[in-house]
Design a protein around this ligand. Structure first.
Ligand code: NAD
Length: 270
């Protein structure tokens, strides 16, 4: 099988881990051919840590050079990256999934252009079951996210509703609403609810509850799916990544696993 030519946009926590994996555990099936970061020092800093030399490009140059573009930059740019990949007929793995909410037409355009879009499960488990359930009828999808207060500090929803998170002294539900509303009110929680929405019944119908407590030590995501297939519940307790506490280690591993799957002829799980 021909090796996939990977270009990585965004050389932060996730980009660095993916680039390293491309030259280590994925080296049998992929070639890392290009790096890009809005902060040139981040890109050159990453290039220096890699075993084999990898050139640095602007976004358009990277897309031309790559067969599969990995977006690990920001929700502000992920739709633009995917759009450019569609125009250039390049496959794309999107990590900043929140940037695709409201722009779901891009997925339709990608399919029409024969461009594959990979959206890893990220920091949650249960996407496999949800996808299977969607082949029948799904009546509800609910995400309950539990985070320590500091993991929610600064969220626009808290400011707008004058919720002083530092004064919360017991387990408290701070938000209940649609994934569409959660994406706006809690941008740092957007990727998990966005992945769930795209795999399931959409951002308007997917329900989100955000709960906090000073006793919480980890970010926990619980999913409940109900429908014709029965009831699915999952609970994922996330360890933070070593360099960015906002990014869970599982999100990084899911990107690496998705690249491995993209390069493989065997698919296990839905
Ligand atoms: N899907 C998931 O489950 C999941 C989980 C965690 C993080 N994420 C998302 O993945 C992305 C990367 O996460 P991270 O932890 O590596 O973040 P990070 O802040 O460590 O790294 C992001 C990098 O992207 C660069 N960047 C920002 N805008 C850019 C642009 N326009 N062009 C090129 N480079 C740009 C930054 O300079 C930085 O080096 C974020 O958007 C984050 O929200 C997704």
């Amino acid at each position: 099988m021909k090796k996939l030519k990977i270009g990585v946009i965004g050389c932060g926590t996730i980009g660095r881990a993916i680039a390293a994996a491309c030259q280590k555990e994925l080296s049998g099936c992929v070639d890392l051919v290009a790096l890009c970061d809005i902060d040139k020092e981040k890109a050159s800093g990453l290039a220096k840590t890699l075993k084999r030399k990898v050139p640095i490009f602007e976004m358009s140059g990277l897309i031309k050079k790559s067969g599969l573009v990995v977006e690990a930059a920001s929700g502000a740019v992920s739709a633009k990256v995917l759009s450019a990949c569609i125009a250039g007929r390049r496959d794309c793995l999107v990590m900043s999934v929140g940037g695709l909410i409201g722009k779901e037409d891009l997925l339709v355009r990608a399919a029409a252009a024969g461009v594959k879009v990979y959206i890893p499960s990220g920091a949650i488990s249960g996407i496999d079951g949800l996808k299977s359930a969607m082949a029948g009828m799904v009546t509800s999808v609910t995400l309950t996210t539990r985070k320590p207060p500091k993991g929610l500090a600064g969220a626009p929803y808290l400011k707008e509703n004058r919720i002083d998170i530092s004064k919360i002294n017991c387990e408290t539900v701070v938000f209940e609403g649609s994934a569409e509303e959660a994406v706006k009110g809690f941008p740092q929680n957007v990727n998990v609810s966005a992945v769930l929405s795209l795999a399931g019944i959409g951002a308007k119908k997917t329900r989100v509850r955000i709960v906090t407590s000073p006793d919480y030590m980890k970010n926990v995501h619980e999913i409940e799916v109900t429908g014709a297939s029965g009831r699915i519940t999952t609970r994922t307790e996330n360890a933070p990544s070593a360099t960015n506490p906002k990014t869970s280690a599982l999100a990084i591993f899911s990107a690496i696993a998705t690249l491995r799957q993209a390069a493989s002829s065997v698919r296990i799980g839905t």
